[in-house]
Design a protein around this ligand. Structure first.
Ligand code: G16
Ligand code: MG
Length: 214
């Protein structure tokens, strides 16, 4: 049986995946780098600097470290503008219910987001009190697809990996969950998330009992 559910944030509990995409797209347009939703798929779940490096490489550009920092800050500024008015209504349908179901079943919950903006965002969404732990992405050496953030959650909860279930919308996130030795639930398109152990269309389709007794 499982003892904890480890949730990604962007694209799983709220639609910020689109806000991240829009901000990267704006930066890519300014730089003259071709960029579309398919290209963006590889950036999902990847941390800010890692995403920027993928975008620059995709455009065949190399920039000095100062410009790199400046570009990442510009993107983050647009992203912050996009989410500044976020509130509980911006949760995906079923997100709060999924977190409550975990709690009601006596399991623990963790937030495993690569986003440095995640703590502020879960406050605005009104779900901060529904997580037992929030792993700080800055505290782990390697971002997704490395397993670090999921392993850190298991360690903080004092659980072995096989007692943890991970929920992700991004291929890099599913890879991270598997590298941690955990069961992976994908949210979204089964073709994009073909490595996941199960794929469901949205968090509203999350049925804890389907995985709890596996
Ligand atoms: C999220 C997004 C990524 C984003 C990353 C870092 O990861 O999916 O696209 O690059 O956070 O975000 P920030 O620039 O806010 O630190 P996750 O793990 O929540 O899907
Ligand atoms: Mg995500």
């Amino acid at each position: 049986p499982i003892s904890a559910v480890l949730f990604d944030l962007d694209g799983v509990l709220t639609d910020t995946a689109h806000a991240h995409y829009a901000a990267w797209k704006r930066l890519a347009d300014e730089l003259g780098v071709p960029f579309d939703e398919a290209t963006n798929e590889a950036l999902k779940g990847v941390d800010r600097m890692g995403s920027l490096d993928l975008l620059l490489r995709h455009g065949g550009l190399s920039v000095d470290p100062e410009s790199r920092d400046a570009l990442a800050s510009r993107k983050n500024g647009w992203y912050l503008d996009a989410i500044q008015a976020y509130g509980p209504a911006d949760l995906f349908p079923g997100a709060r219910e999924a977190l409550c179901a975990v709690r009601d079943a006596g399991l623990r919950s963790a937030l495993c987001s690569a986003s440095r903006n995640a703590p502020a965002l879960i406050d605005r969404l009104g779900i901060a009190d529904l997580f037992d732990i929030v792993v700080d992405p800055a505290s782990v050496p390697h971002g997704k697809p490395a397993p670090d953030i999921f392993l850190a959650a298991a360690r903080q909860l004092d659980l072995s990996a096989d007692r943890c279930l991970g929920v992700e919308d991004a291929p890099a996130g599913v890879a991270a969950i598997h590298a941690a030795g955990m069961f992976a639930i994908g949210i979204g398109d089964p073709q994009v998330l073909s490595d996941a152990d199960r794929v469901i269309p949205s968090i509203a389709d999350f049925r804890l009992e389907d995985y709890h007794a596996r």
